[in-house]
Write a protein that binds this ligand. Structure first.
Ligand SMILES: Nc1ccn([C@@H]2O[C@H](COP(=O)(O)OP(=O)(O)OP(=O)(O)O)[C@@H](O)[C@H]2O)c(=O)n1
Ligand SMILES: C[C@](O)(CO)[C@H](O)COP(=O)(O)O
Length: 237
């Protein structure tokens, strides 16, 4: 049996509307680097010269992206770009489709948000180690530690307190077998099902992704306040 190769997919085609910034958040600067570069370089162990498992890295960027050419990643010969889609899931599927004919069904695909520069190498290595023999794959996730309240849609009156004992916050990277992920994502999108992460498509296909506990500081840069938090987190790596 051939050794499964490893493909990285970086969804980076979002508009970053919630950041309300002059350019998409993945192209904002943090500690002197572009957030997209920090997110890709957080996976540097995968790019290590002795890591022969890495087959390639595909970054999904928007069709009118003028910033990609200014990134360090665009100068890396192991990184290629594809045009992303309307939603995150469309961008990930575009990258998967670009691997058609290159990736084998049992190859691993790691999907990591360009908006997550705070991935700690220990979490990446734990994900790779714990899932290396898994037949489907899984994701980094952090336990919910706050009390959770539920309101009516658009309302502010608390309807109930939600039991958090079995709840997790999904993070990235999410790591799945290429064949399973591509088929699951195509099916979910074709059915118009809500897919905000790779695991939800795989779940809808009837599989049970495996959770690997990750650090809660692997934050997704989403709103302006996240920038200072990410700067602090990275200062402590
Ligand atoms: N059509 C899209 C939408 C999002 N993403 C990427 O998916 C990641 C996580 O998505 P999110 O935080 O929702 O980013 P945006 O969609 O850009 O944010 P917003 O909803 O505030 O516009 C980001 O790296 C973003 O660039 C993508 O590749 N293609
Ligand atoms: C994939 C993800 O990072 C998991 O938490 C998250 O869902 C992506 O952000 P979005 O706002 O849902 O697109």
């Amino acid at each position: 049996m051939t050794t499964p190769r490893l493909w990285l997919i970086i969804p980076a085609a979002g508009a970053g509307k919630r950041m309300n910034s002059a350019r998409p958040k993945q192209y904002l600067s943090l500690r002197g680097s572009l957030i997209l570069d920090l997110a890709i370089e957080s996976m540097s162990d995968c790019f290590a010269s002795d890591n022969t498992a890495l087959a390639g890295c595909i970054v999904a960027i928007s069709v009118d992206d003028p910033w990609w050419c200014d990134t360090r990643a665009s100068q890396n010969d192991r990184v290629t770009s594809v045009t992303g889609g309307q939603e995150r899931a469309d961008s990930v599927l575009a990258a998967l489709d670009a691997l058609d004919g290159q990736a084998g069904p049992d190859d691993w695909v790691l999907v990591h948000d360009a908006a997550r520069p705070c991935l700690h190498p220990d979490d990446l290595n734990r994900l790779l180690t714990e899932l290396k023999d898994h037949q489907v794959g899984g994701l980094l996730a952090a336990p919910v530690t706050d009390t959770l309240k539920k309101t009516a849609a658009g309302g502010q009156d608390v309807l109930e307190t939600v039991d958090r004992s079995q709840l997790w916050r999904a993070l990235t990277p999410q790591m799945f077998r290429f064949g399973i992920l591509r088929c699951a994502l195509k099916s979910a999108l074709a059915a118009g099902l809500p897919v905000t992460d790779e695991a939800s498509a795989v779940e809808q296909a009837g599989y049970f992704p495996c959770i690997v506990e990750g650090r809660p500081d692997n934050i997704k840069i989403t709103v302006p306040a996240d920038l200072a938090l990410a700067d602090f987190v990275l200062s402590r790596f």
